[in-house]
Design a protein around this ligand. Sequence first.
Ligand code: LLP
Length: 432
Amino acid sequence: MDDFHYRQGQLYAEDVNLDTLADELGTPLYVYSRHTFEQHYDRIAAAFAELDPIICYSIKSCGNVHICKLLAERGAGMDVVSGGEIHRAQLAGADMSKIVYAGVGKSDDEIRMGIEAGIGWFNIESEAEFENIDAIAKQLGKTTRGALRVNPDVADPRTHAKTTTGKKETKFGVDIERARKFFETYGKNEHCRLNAIHLHIGSPIYSPEPYVMAIRKALALIDELRGQGHEIEAIDIGGGYAADYEAGKSPAYDEYAAAIVPLLKGKGLKVILEPGRTIAGNAGLLLTEVQYRKQGGAKQFVIVDTGMHHLLRPAMYDAFHFIWPTRVSREHAPGPRSESMDLPALETVEIVGPICETGDVLAKARSIPPVKRGDRLAIFTAGAYGMAMASNYNAFPRPAEVLVEGDAYRVIRRRETYDDLVAAEMANVGAN
Ligand code: LLP
């Protein structure tokens, strides 16, 4: 369970009253629980402990430097996808040898940055990219390591089409047939040593089976490659472990581990995991305030001060996020979350934001306790791919981020100002 809970009808993050917090810091506001982050990291580490894996937190899910720092301090490596994320990992004090870097479009500058930083592995997405990394390492007089990203042609049918990656026809990695050829051609290169296999089959993956299928295929490939004299040191099994958007329950790390650990034990492989959502998802929520109520045809609109610009997931993937007022009567203080939507005396509303698009909807036909102007709502499980995907669309400053630690809190990203919105433009004024 996460650390967001109701006490006598008032929502708390750990021991901090969220209305008091909103009074002090304003809304919209991303609120994270340090304890939830730490619990999730520790529990995934414990579940997979037998393999002594490198757990590379996927920065793209929630990349705030302070969050990365608290995970790095617990021993986490980082999964990055850009030079900007390498920069975040460096600022967080992460151990660079525990950085894995995937992404189909790494630029020369980003590759140089990764090599000079001494990252653990480049996750290799194509032949052209491998040749470029090898050549750049040679120019720099350095060596680096490559993990070939293989598409095992496996997917979870429940994963959204926009976030499934393990099928043959994606832009990511290469298929198994091409992987054999890849090692034949580049397996002996010296500046980028190809000595690992990387998988990432999509996000979220709700059950262990797709991992099991993918890992079996990868292990068969590794046996073959070893048989041909290639040294394979590591297998990176990617991320994708789910978060509970309905009830906020703790992710089922033990279930994944029970299926995955026996496959990888004793294989002489360093195991790497890249969890993002499962660590960050339930560790954060987005706090918003009701601006207006409005009727449109038969629909009741609740218009709030956040929307698709701050939490894109509902608009982009039709994603469900449980939403509930921060102050409720005793009868509406939720137990398991989405079940609360069956409680009596709720109303059905459309929860929408201020953006000039019809698609700016946070929840459609949603049951919530009645709310009025000035009331606050919490949008749960917004820690992953929330602020990370937020934009300044329509020139709205992005929310502040606050990290709750017991009965204390720290602003870990201040609220943006109107000047922030135009700062990069002002710097160029007169530059022609
Ligand atoms: N490793 C690689 C190579 C990835 O591409 C990703 C996510 C992860 C790890 C972490 O996946 P996670 O454990 O967080 O599921 N914006 C979408 C999700 C996009 C995921 C992109 N890659 C969403 O909001 O659902």
